[in-house]
Each structure stands twice: as structure tokens, then as C-alpha cells.
Design a protein around this ligand. Sequence first.
Ligand code: GRF
Length: 205
Amino acid sequence: MIDPAPARLVVLVSGSGSNLQALLDAATDPAYGAKVVAVGADREGIAGLERAAAAGIPTFVDSVKAYPTRDDWDAALAEHVAAYSPDLVISAGFLKLVGKHFLDAFGDRYINTHNALLPAFPGIHGPRDALAYGVKVAGATLFFVDAGVDTGPIIAQVAVPVLDGDTEDSLTERIKVAERAQLVEYVGRLVREGWTIEDRKVRIP
Ligand code: GRF
């Protein structure tokens, strides 16, 4: 039997891109079932873009301030992602909320990894907020993006302990180790096995 073509992933980044790197590494195995076909960013000069270039992956940058309105930016981002015909679009540390154009095009296949156990601590300071609250368990959540802030249907969650003496950096790094493994595992499962969403419950057969 001829193997099916690998699923096409477009990954969006704003920073160091260590989650992107985990996907790039996983995709070197043909059995993984997916390949990164493009990497998009909302800013120049970030390590995530360098990682993509080093892997020979095409990149594009859509900065909000390059467009007259946020709506124009959202439409342009959707168009640039669509040019790569992705099966799944992955926000891996992408620090922008997308809008209607993007969700109309990709709302059924746009996922995000967040460094907190949702619905606790949404937003961009998950580990800092978790530490300040004094929780004993933190972690990461992989979910389908909807129009809210970190509110979409949850695909998977992974927990890590909060240790005495943790700083924001130490907790962030512990979460990221677990987060990367979760992302790689579940992206692979989603593309190989498919999924359903019913009443917020994501099921991978
Ligand atoms: C991840 O922990 C993600 O949850 C958060 O930003 C981090 C991105 O890390 N939103 P990296 O750029 O993949 O290294």
C-alpha cells in the first residue's frame, strides 16, 4: 500500500520557537504523518523564524502594524496561511488573537498550546499567574481556538508540579518540556486518526 501524503502543518510563532522545533524534529520520521510546510510570524528577528529557515521551511511575516487595520491584518494572515493549504494550523507561542477572517477559514483546524491548565490562567502570563496564585500543580493545555481568549474545546492537558522556590522562569521551563511532548503527541494523533468535537468534547477515535 502506498503511504498517504503527510498532513500539511502551518505553524505560527512569535518567539523562540521551541515548540516549532519539536514538531520539525518529529516530522523527520515519515511515520509521524505530518510535515511543516510553512512558518508564519507576527514579527521579524525571532529565533522561531531562524529555526524554520535552518530546516528549509518557507516563512512569512505579517506584522499588525504593516496593515491599516487589525481586520486587514487578519485577512492577510488568513490569505497567507491559505496559500499553503494546511490540514492543521498550529499557534505555537503566537502572541496574537486572530479575527473573523482567520477563524472563518481555519476555525475547524486551528489549535493553540497554552502554558496553563485552562480554564485557569488564560492570557499571556500563565506561569506567572499560576505562581502568584499559589497553585501546587501547573501545566499546559492544547485546544482548538475559538473567538474567545483561550476558551476553545480542549484536546489535551498535561500537569507538572509547582515546587517550593520556583521562579517564573523555572516553572515556565518545566511546563515547556511537558508542553512540547504533548504537542508532538497530539498533533500526530489528530492528523493520523482524525477527531470529532461534540458539545466541547474533543474525541480522537
Ligand atoms: C509556550 O509555552 C506557549 O504556551 C506560550 O509561549 C511559549 C512558546 O514557546 N504561549 P516557544 O516559542 O515554542 O519556545
